[in-house]
Write a protein that binds this ligand. Structure first.
Ligand SMILES: NC(=O)c1ccc[n+]([C@@H]2O[C@H](COP(=O)([O-])OP(=O)(O)OC[C@H]3O[C@@H](n4cnc5c(N)ncnc54)[C@H](O)[C@@H]3O)[C@@H](O)[C@H]2O)c1
Ligand SMILES: O=c1ccn([C@@H]2O[C@H](COP(=O)(O)OP(=O)(O)O[C@H]3O[C@H](CO)[C@@H](O)[C@H](O)[C@H]3O)[C@@H](O)[C@H]2O)c(=O)[nH]1
Length: 480
């Protein structure tokens, strides 16, 4: 029986391995992690991550050919194929701080593999890593090899949160990069055979190692660039009276452009886009390509601009101050159908509002109060370290309350900010919300979720990203 072990039981390791176990009943899959609470949760009825369809997949295979364990060394030693899906945060100190990937966790996983291995292994990079990481890993392993043969493959993951199971069941492509040596080719074939259990062969792409590593960074940069492009246009729409939804629809009808990933928003979030672009920027700088690195940096600058533009709209609309005013925040996760808050634009928006002394009441159907308080207290990039190594937050923000109902959050509020596109926000009783708010009552829709005309009929002053502005908003000082 082929044995697979995955180091890292997070948003990637957990779902990807569960799907491999489901689709390949003859393969034994062990998912290991240094975090005991995480492994305990994977072994419980309340999984550590919320992802539609995940519970069913885990329930079907857990205990059959899918195991979650903290006994990292045992499972690594026994495995034929080892996926490494550990954190690759942005460095916060030293060379490349604020841009380069911190490979501490990857390196310690590689050293541990070298220490405990007694048989040949295929090592698979599942984490997103800088180009040429495989070369560094090879060096660590071969210097400690004890005659063991290691083949390193790059097999980046393209799943998106909220649709992870769907994406894993029907991936647009599976990418496998390997050495062009006989040993490398054999390893690529072995991994290809795993995916071939359910992925059509023409969707399994094989490349050299560096192309696979770079393709992951490039794909995320292209996706994020589309969002920053439409968000940049949204600012111009507000200035001119054009409507960003109409513009995006017209632009996306061009089959060379396509309709997806053109939703203007308060900004993109999530654990990947910013981190991976910063990583790309750093690699370009290191390779003497400042023009290329500046090009990609701009994608992040526009994203930051979009978030601060949103906060400025809120504050300037409400007589240039939100001091002491209750602002309801609907949605804190970085997108719908996930409880993940890593790099969510809600953090920046809340910081902006708190800076202007607002009282914030937050409702999100999947995010706990503890998580929100931790997120607001955490320094930039600290979130991307294993949970037990993150600093504990000293004190909670007293100006922030977290409630379990949108009506409670909006009661007595001056304004409502919609920051995540949860479906339930479309069908709220906005008349009831209006009746219970201070007047004038404002809605700032960061996800273009609500029909602004219907809300205006109720009496709200409405701001929707990139849509024609209310007379009220036009009269307020310019927002930059
Ligand atoms: N989240 C996504 O949607 C996504 C998608 C594609 C790629 N990625 C990439 O995949 C990697 C993992 O991302 P994630 O979202 O799963 O992160 P995560 O924080 O959810 O999970 C990483 C896990 O690795 C564990 N870990 C760290 N060092 C370890 C070690 N030495 N031994 C054992 N366990 C260790 C941590 O405890 C943690 O549980 C990152 O490189 C990320 O960029 C993420
Ligand atoms: O038109 C759009 C599409 C997305 N977003 C925002 O962009 C962010 C990222 O969304 P999405 O890409 O759907 O989720 P992620 O889970 O971050 O997935 C991205 O990052 C993963 C980690 O690398 C990759 O594997 C995926 O392919 C890539 O889509 C979220 O805040 C979305 O709200 C928009 O604002 N407008």
């Amino acid at each position: 029986m082929v044995k697979i072990c995955c180091i890292g039981a997070g948003y990637v390791g957990g779902p990807t391995m569960a799907v491999i176990a489901l689709k390949c009943p003859a393969i034994e899959v062990a998912v290991v992690d240094i975090s005991k609470p995480r492994i305990d949760a994977w072994n419980s009825d309340r999984l550590p991550i919320y992802e539609p369809g995940l519970d069913e997949v885990v329930k079907e295979c857990r205990g059959r050919n899918l195991f979650f364990s903290t006994d990292v060394e045992k499972h690594v030693a026994e495995a034929d194929i080892i996926f490494v899906s550990v954190n690759t945060p942005t460095k916060t100190r030293g060379l490349g701080a604020g841009k380069a990937a911190d490979l501490t966790y990857w390196e310690s996983a590689a050293r541990m593999i070298a220490d405990v291995s007694k048989s040949d292994k295929i090592i698979v990079e599942k984490s997103t890593v800088p180009v040429k990481t495989a070369e560094a890993i090879e060096k660590i392993l071969t210097h400690n090899s004890k005659g063991i043969n290691y083949q390193i493959l790059s097999n980046p993951e393209f799943l998106a949160e909220g649709t992870a199971i769907e994406d894993l069941f029907k991936p647009d492509r599976v990418l496998i990069g390997g050495r062009e040596t006989p040993g490398g080719k054999k390893a690529v074939q072995a991994l290809k055979e795993v995916y071939a259990h359910w992925v059509p062969e023409d969707r399994i792409i094989t490349t050299n190692l560096w192309s696979a590593e770079l393709s992951k960074l490039a794909a995320n940069a292209f996706l994020a660039q589309r969002i920053s492009s439409v968000n940049a246009i949204s600012a111009l729409c507000e200035a001119t009276g054009a409507n960003v939804s109409e513009v995006a629809y017209a632009v996306g009808k061009d089959s060379r452009i396509g309709p997806r990933f053109l939703n203007a928003s308060v900004g993109f979030g999530g654990s990947c886009f910013q981190k991976d672009i910063l990583n790309l920027v750093y690699i370009c700088e290191c390779n003497g390509l400042p023009e290329v690195s500046n090009y990609w940096k701009q994608v992040i600058k526009i994203n930051d601009y979009q978030k601060s533009r949103f906060v400025n709209r809120v504050v300037s609309s409400m007589f240039n101050t939100v001091s002491g005013k209750k602002i309801a925040v609907l949605g804190f996760a970085f997108k719908k159908d996930t409880g993940d808050t890593r790099e969510t634009p809600a953090i920046d928006v809340c910081h902006g509002l708190l800076g202007d002394k607002a009282q914030i009441s937050i409702y999100d159907p999947q995010v706990t109060e503890d998580q929100i308080q931790r997120d607001l207290a955490m320094s930039k990039f600290d979130w991307d370290h294993p949970m037990h190594l993150q600093p504990t937050s000293p004190t909670a923000f007293k100006q922030v309350s977290v409630v379990w109902d949108a009506y409670e959050a909006t009661k007595g509020a001056h304004g409502v900010c919609i920051l995540t596109e949860w479906d339930e926000f479309k069908t709220l009783d906005y008349q009831k919300i209006f009746d219970n708010m201070q007047k004038p009552a404002f809605v700032f829709d960061g996800r273009n979720m609500v029909d602004p005309e219907k809300l205006r009929e109720i009496g709200f002053i409405v701001y929707s990203i990139g849509k024609p502005l209310d007379a009220w908003l036009k009269d307020m000082p310019a927002v930059v």
